[in-house]
Design a protein around this ligand. Structure first.
Ligand SMILES: Cc1cc2nc3c(=O)[nH]c(=O)nc-3n(C[C@H](O)[C@H](O)[C@H](O)COP(=O)(O)OP(=O)(O)OC[C@H]3O[C@@H](n4cnc5c(N)ncnc54)[C@H](O)[C@@H]3O)c2cc1C
Length: 355
């Protein structure tokens, strides 16, 4: 049904993508969000890396992420602005055990038909000569990459406004009283306050801290791929931007806490320096933290509800560490839900899996 009056609650990367796509498809969309810029995607690395992140046995997450990665070129073409900041993701290992694990995981992903390649130490050095000497080898995923998160958010806001989305700057506290034909709950981890209890219990926030660094005159030109590693078991990454890198990211479960800690900054800098030693010459110009909207089974909740008081309400939340990556697939799945269908590639995220 096109031309429906649709309320989208939440203007983060997920709500904005849904609002834009729904308005472009002919719906009359009102986007509710009191904030502008405080959402998780404002601090995100912007990696599009479902193949590099995949672990044997986590097939549903791999298929889900890969289906969204495939949609990115079309999503960008329709957006009319290209926020791409890197092409290709290189995951490096700092010890032999990690390298064996990475190569095993890559073989599992490649068996499922994806382009991911094991690299020796020499091959990593040939590809990115400025990386640190302790790197033992790695894995290259040429179809992955990253987007500049802030360029993306600005482009989505502009595209949504151009498609006719009306932004109402209030928080929604009650969905049942909204006069719209359909309601989409896309308020990140705060969606829990608007959802039935069984779904609310699936969501929790996980704080993540990042740093932003940029080159200074004379500083070395660093890697052009997204660089990912595990240092002392902690995930570490460098995501290229036009003038430097986003360095990420910590992960803590501290509830609603967005303070940047001394220990977080110390760990991020230590780990990044091990991977890319010349980063010490860069200018550190920002530290920030955001709250990832986690789901307890690591798949988002996307689909139509049919319980009392929520019939026809659509949910789109719980995207965890991958909400930027998953925005195109989520928007398509919600468009299908508005039309009364289930998008096959997004069926694993249907909320009825939660009893
Ligand atoms: C440090 C860090 C690094 C990350 N790196 C990556 C990455 O490299 N790649 C990737 O894919 N993802 C990454 N992510 C994850 C990604 O940022 C999130 O999954 C994504 O931003 C979630 O988007 P969202 O729109 O669902 O939620 P949010 O970004 O949380 O947005 C929710 C919005 O809803 C609004 N809202 C809340 N309650 C209400 C209400 N009652 N009424 C109206 N509006 C409301 C809020 O104001 C907010 O704007 C990262 C996250 C962090 C924190």
């Amino acid at each position: 049904m096109t031309g429906a009056r649709v309320a989208v609650i939440g203007g983060g990367v997920i709500g904005l993508s849904i609002a834009w796509r729904a308005a472009a498809a002919g719906h009359r969309v009102e986007l509710f969000d009191p904030a502008d810029g405080s959402a998780a995607a404002q601090v995100a690395g912007g990696m599009l890396a479902p193949l590099s992140e995949a672990r044997p046995g986590e097939e549903a997450a791999l298929d889900f992420g890969a289906a969204s990665l495939e949609r990115w070129p079309g999503f960008i073409a329709d957006l009319g602005t290209d926020p791409t900041s890197a092409r290709g993701a290189l995951t490096v290992a700092l010890d032999g055990a990690d390298l064996t694990d990475r190569h095993k995981a890559a073989a599992w992903v490649a068996e499922r038909g994806h382009d991911i390649r094991p690299l020796t130490r020499r091959e990593v050095r040939d590809l990115e000569p400025t990386l640190g000497p302790s790197i033992r080898g790695g894995v290259l995923a040429p179809t992955e990459g990253s987007v500049d998160n802030r360029q993306l958010l600005a482009a989505l806001r502009a595209a949504a406004a151009a498609a006719g989305v009306v932004h109402t700057r209030t928080a929604v506290t009650e969905t049942a009283t909204l006069p719209h034909d359909r309601v989409v709950i896309a308020a990140g981890w705060r969606s829990a306050a608007l959802l039935p209890e069984r779904l609310a219990a699936m969501l929790y926030p996980a704080k993540g801290e990042i740093l932003r660094v940029r080159t200074r005159p004379g500083s070395a030109v660093g890697p052009r791929h997204v660089i990912r590693a595990a240092v002392h078991g902690r995930p570490a990454y460098l995501v290229p931007r036009a003038d430097g890198y986003v360095v990420g990211a910590t992960q803590y479960e501290h509830g609603d806490d967005r303070a940047v800690t001394v220990a977080g900054v110390r760990d991020l800098l230590q780990d990044a320096e091990l991977v890319f030693p010349a980063i010490g010459d860069y200018e550190l110009f920002e530290s920030a933290a955001g709250l990832r909207p986690m789901s307890r089974d690591d798949l988002p909740l996307i689909g139509t509800l049919d319980e009392d008081g929520y019939t026809g309400t659509i949910v789109a939340c719980g995207h965890g560490r991958n909400g930027v990556l998953l925005a195109p697939l989520t928007a398509d799945a919600v468009l299908a839900a508005l039309d009364g269908h289930v998008l096959t590639e997004a069926a694993a995220a249907l909320p009825e899996r939660v009893k």
